[in-house]
Design a protein around this ligand. Structure first.
Ligand SMILES: Nc1ncnc2c1ncn2[C@@H]1O[C@H](COP(=O)(O)OP(=O)(O)OP(=O)(O)O)[C@@H](O)[C@H]1O
Length: 605
């Protein structure tokens, strides 16, 4: 679906049906009555106070006293009923919208928002840029840049409808009715006072809200983009924390996220300042109108009553300036909600969408953090300052590694993933690790890299194996591709990398096509790459500055046999004198190694 087809359909999408509209009109009517009761209360009380100054008999004030009490009681009751009716109507609208938005997201065709293309993670795609066929694209090209961004935007966009109705549409409707009725009433008593009130209402209720809306529209769109950037960056850092720690890139990534956060805060501060200025100016108008009318109108009682009635009427329109600013912030969200709902297939009822959701067991990877990520987080929690995280060791320092009696247990209630494993890795050795799926191959690599805690045993004589991760690294089963450029994915925070190093690594990894596409965005977790390209990009990252012990978990997965052989040969050559440990399922590859380690049920043989 393209912008050309989505937008007209989106315009026809109604955020709520006639039933909800009736409820909202009812809430609005209650709002008008509430304000009328308030104005009646102020007017009557003012009249009573002015009259009381002349000390008339109490009987002359009896009706006014009863009216004041009546207005006060009725106003309280009406306000309660208005809030109840308004919130009831809006919450029903929200429940319906959430269901429709979910249906649109879950719909297998026509509305699935999976990952969205973007010209850069920090800049939304332009309307002229190609868009994925399954991504709703707004007419302004305001496209979320990752699924984390999509999710956070959908949630806040839909929730924004609550604000738009309760703080925007309803008060505006009530203010329009009360304002016009107030002007008519005041003008009936004194036409000049009516004109002054009308002028005040136009300034506070139309001019200032319009100015606030105009001043906020541009920052509001920038806020939306900045918020998406922050979400995308944060999700990427969290998902890729193991890689970032392993490559010493965590401090730079955290600094970048902090920058995004600061940019968002600055934009929000600007918007809040506009809201404060127009809101403050609007709040002064009713007082100025009241003073003017008090001076203008003849007769003490009429002047006092009209001034205070005008003040009350004016106060009804004061919130509109801030509401207009808020509307400018919400406008993009409301448009996106319409566009999202417009993408849903009409037949995709919520129950059908729910029924279509997968019901199988939750994969282990979703239920528990990946070994690498977990180990990296454990390290961080153990007090290793981000700045202390050393990049992989010197390029050509040979390293012998020895594993003794290593046992790894991911969960106490499950059998260990590795049991009493001994393994010697002399410097420069070439070792293939083979075994059935789930036998423990990836866990063995994670142990060598110090990415998983040991239940028993030692790596390099240390029970925590922590030194190993300074000298061993490479491509792991849970490796993350960051939602940024090819270049940034290869460099990953390492200083001193030249483009020539990156091009060499890409060529060695069998990805020469990307040598002149270093600025291409690869998508969320490499979503814009094929499985084989993603794997080769990870291999290239490892080959940019290979550590003394290079660990490769199925580096040729997704490649055809000929390409796999070629890539492995080149990668082994590029590794030079380093130790290389490769997990592979391909028997054809085994001849490239001087040793084959078989893993079965967590034991090596
Ligand atoms: N993070 C984890 N949490 C819990 N269990 C895990 C975790 N990672 C692996 N396991 C379990 O440990 C065992 C060994 O897993 P491992 O990934 O090392 O096997 P593998 O031989 O690499 O498998 P494959 O060839 O399918 O990648 C499996 O039973 C697996 O379910």
């Amino acid at each position: 679906m393209t912008a050309m087809t989505t937008v007209p359909a989106a315009r026809q999408v109604r955020l709520f049906g006639p039933g909800a509209l009736l409820r909202l009109v009812f809430a609005g009517l209650l709002g008008v009555l509430t304000e009328a009761a308030g104005i009646g209360l102020v007017g009557t009380a003012t009249w009573m106070l002015v009259r009381a100054a002349d000390q008339p008999p109490l009987a002359a004030l009896a009706v006014a006293i009863a009216a004041v009490r009546g207005f006060a009681l009725v106003k309280g009751g009406l306000r309660y009923a208005e809030r109840l009716a308004g919130h009831d109507a809006v919450l029903r609208v929200l429940a319906d919208l959430r269901t429709r938005a979910f249906s649109a997201l879950a719909a297998p065709a026509g509305g699935a928002v999976t990952s969205a293309p973007a010209a850069s993670p920090s800049a939304p795609v332009s309307s002229s840029a190609p868009a994925s066929s399954s991504t709703p694209v707004s007419s302004s090209g305001d496209v979320p840049s990752s699924s984390g961004d999509v999710l956070s935007r959908v949630v806040s966009d839909v929730d924004g409808v609550q604000d738009a109705v309760l703080r925007g549409a309803l008060p505006a409707g009530v203010a329009a009715v009360v304002g016009l009725a107030g002007v008519a009433g005041v003008a009936a008593v004194d036409p000049r006072a009516g004109l002054v009130l009308l002028a005040g209402l136009l300034v506070a209720g139309v001019l200032l809200p319009w100015a606030g809306h105009r001043r906020t529209a541009a920052p509001a769109s920038a806020i939306s983009t900045a918020r998406g950037d922050l979400t995308t960056g944060t999700v990427d850092v969290v998902q890729g924390v193991a890689e970032l720690v392993a490559y010493g890139a965590l401090p730079a990534a955290l600094a970048d996220t902090a920058d995004r956060s600061r940019r968002l805060a600055a934009l929000e501060a600007r918007s809040a300042t506009v809201a404060a200025v127009v809101g403050g100016a609007a709040a002064m108008i009713p007082a100025a109108v009241a003073v003017w009318i008090a001076v203008l109108v003849d007769g003490r009682t009429a002047a006092a009553v009209l001034a205070l009635v005008a003040l009350s009427v004016g106060e009804v329109v004061v919130p509109l300036a801030a509401a207009a600013v808020r509307h400018a912030e919400l406008r993009g969200g409301l448009r996106r909600v319409r566009e999202l709902i417009a993408t849903a297939a009409p037949a995709a009822a919520p129950s059908a969408a729910l029924a279509a959701a997968p019901t199988g067991p939750v994969p282990a990877s979703a239920a528990a953090p990946a070994a690498g990520g977990r180990a990296a987080m454990d390290r961080a929690a153990g007090g290793v300052a981000a700045g202390d995280v050393a990049p992989v060791g010197p390029l050509d320092t040979p390293v012998d590694l020895v594993l003794r009696g290593v046992t790894v247990r991911y969960r106490a209630d499950l059998p260990p993933a590795l049991v009493d494993v001994d393994l010697e890795l002399p410097a420069g050795s070439r070792v293939a690790v083979v075994g059935a799926s789930g036998s423990g191959k990836s866990t063995l690599l994670a142990v060598i890299a110090g990415r998983v805690p040991l239940a028993a045993g030692t790596v390099d004589g240390r029970p925590d194996g922590v030194e190993a991760w300074r000298v061993a690294g490479g491509v792991f089963a849970d490796a993350h591709v960051f939602h940024t450029t090819v270049r940034d994915n290869l460099v990953l925070g390492r200083s001193g990398c030249q483009d020539a190093d990156l091009v060499r690594a890409l060529t060695d990894a069998g990805l020469p096509d990307y040598a002149d596409r270093l600025d291409d965005i690869v998508g969320e977790d490499g979503g814009k790459l094929s499985g084989g390209q993603r794997q080769r990009l990870l291999l290239a990252r490892a080959l940019v500055a290979p550590p003394p012990v290079l660990l490769l978990d199925e580096p040729t997965e997704g490649l055809d046999p000929a390409a796999a052989d070629a890539v492995l040969d080149t990668a082994l050559q590029a590794a030079g004198a380093r130790t290389v440990v490769v997990v592979t399922h391909r028997a054809a590859e085994l001849s490239s190694f001087d040793r084959v380690v078989h893993v079965e049920g967590g034991r090596t043989g």
